[in-house]
Design a protein around this ligand. Structure first.
Ligand code: ATP
Ligand code: MG
Length: 374
């Protein structure tokens, strides 16, 4: 997909802006706290249905104003034009329309405009808590497989209900073992499906990530990603989860929540045989996170037949110049990308098909370079 234009009104620190984008590189520079991330957020909001930075959409309204409004126009890879609008009055709900048709809720936009986003927080993807790696895997699988998304939602639902039963028992209420047995069955079934879907997804991602990693570095650095199932080293599926739940029965009853399932699983990452979490440098962790996002984009494109929009917020700090040009080469000709940096020198002037915007206090300069997505 290509984002052709974005109109922003009273959004964050942006009073009013109408921007046209290049269908290849869009570089956004400016000092800290001027509005670079705000612009990426305003594009990404049409992909996720909400901001990636906050769940409180009233925070998006410019201070002192009573509403915000965004209009994004673009076209699919097959050339179909579309128009997306989102807005909110101060005390109202967020409203969304697709091609002029009002949606019932913002989540209806999920899946319409695929995108991948790298934010500085993602540096922690490889070395932070396991939840980040599960979210990465689940988000990718959900974008390409509606079946996986349905399994995941049902799993979460069952987990919630099972936990509330256990919580009541632990607090001294009745322990309804028959009801728990029903939840065990549902949890084992859906949990097994989630693990299977994740493992399949990780196989595809890890192959692509390894290729990208080697290409950017110009050598084989032995990147390995492996699924670690918390309750069964062989990730045997439904039966082993059922057995793990039975084995945990007494502790669950005491502690009041579910102690086995894919919500404890992890992805192990290694570079040249070393655990990334413990040994990788800061620059390698950043590169690995960027590579994982690029692999995500490739998987989405291969499975969906639609190119995701690539949003990269401040990716270049800590990366050496060779790696920076390797990443730029990977993006070139593949995706429309939006890349921010407080350092103008991260974007050499001779990149073809690139537009450069400078933002100061929410005001964007007219772009240099080809402004228009034709
Ligand atoms: N609702 C709002 N109304 C007005 N201004 C806002 C609002 N929300 C955030 N801001 C302002 O937006 C600015 C931050 O913008 P943004 O996060 O895009 O900065 P940035 O250019 O990405 O900076 P950095 O280089 O530090 O990442 C801050 O000055 C903040 O006060
Ligand atoms: Mg920023």
């Amino acid at each position: 997909m290509i984002v052709e234009r974005l109109h922003l009104n009273s959004y964050r620190n942006i009073e009013d802006a109408s921007l046209e984008f290049s269908e290849r590189f869009n570089f956004i520079t400016g000092r800290n706290a001027q509005g670079k991330t705000n612009l990426l957020e305003a594009i990404h909001i049409f992909s996720l249905g909400r901001s990636f930075r906050t769940r409180r959409s009233s925070e998006l309204i410019r201070f002192g104003c009573d509403h915000f409004f965004l209009r994004l126009t673009g076209r699919s890879d097959s050339g179909v034009e579309f128009k997306l609008e989102m807005g909110q009055e101060k005390s109202g709900r967020t409203k969304l329309s697709i091609n002029g048709k009002q949606m019932n809720g913002v989540s209806e936009i999920l899946g319409f405009m695929p995108s991948v986003i790298f934010t500085p927080r993602d540096v922690e993807l490889s070395s932070g808590p396991p939840a980040g790696r599960r979210v990465y895997l689940d988000y990718t699988a959900a974008q390409v497989s509606p079946g996986f998304l349905a399994d995941l939602k049902e799993y979460r639902q069952v987990l919630k209900q099972r936990n509330s039963l256990l919580r009541a028992a632990a607090a001294g209420g009745v322990f309804d073992e028959a009801q728990l047995g029903v939840w065990d069955e549902a949890l084992a079934g859906k949990g097994g499906a989630v693990v299977k879907g994740r493992i399949e997804m990780l196989e595809v991602i890890s192959e692509r990530a390894r290729e990208i990693f080697d290409e950017v570095l110009g050598r084989d650095d032995g990147l390995k990603l492996a699924y670690r199932c918390s309750y069964d080293p062989d990730a045997g599926g439904e039966d082993s989860l059922r057995a793990a739940l039975l084995a945990a029965r007494e502790s669950e009853r005491r502690r009041g929540y579910t102690l086995a399932g894919p919500h404890y699983d992890d992805v192990i990452m290694e570079i040249a045989g070393e655990d990334v979490r413990r040994f990788a440098s800061q620059g390698r962790k950043r590169l690995l996170a960027v590579v994982l996002k690029l692999a995500q984009a490739d998987v989405i494109m291969a499975r969906r037949g639609e190119r995701p929009v690539v949003l990269l917020d401040d990716i270049f700090s800590e990366l050496d110049p060779g790696v920076v040009s390797g990443v730029r080469k990977m993006l070139s000709d593949r995706y429309q990308s939006f890349i921010t940096s407080p350092r103008g020198e991260d974007f050499p002037g001779d990149i073809s098909g690139a537009s450069r915007y400078e933002v100061e206090n929410g005001v964007f300069s007219a772009p240099e370079g080809p402004p228009k997505a034709s």
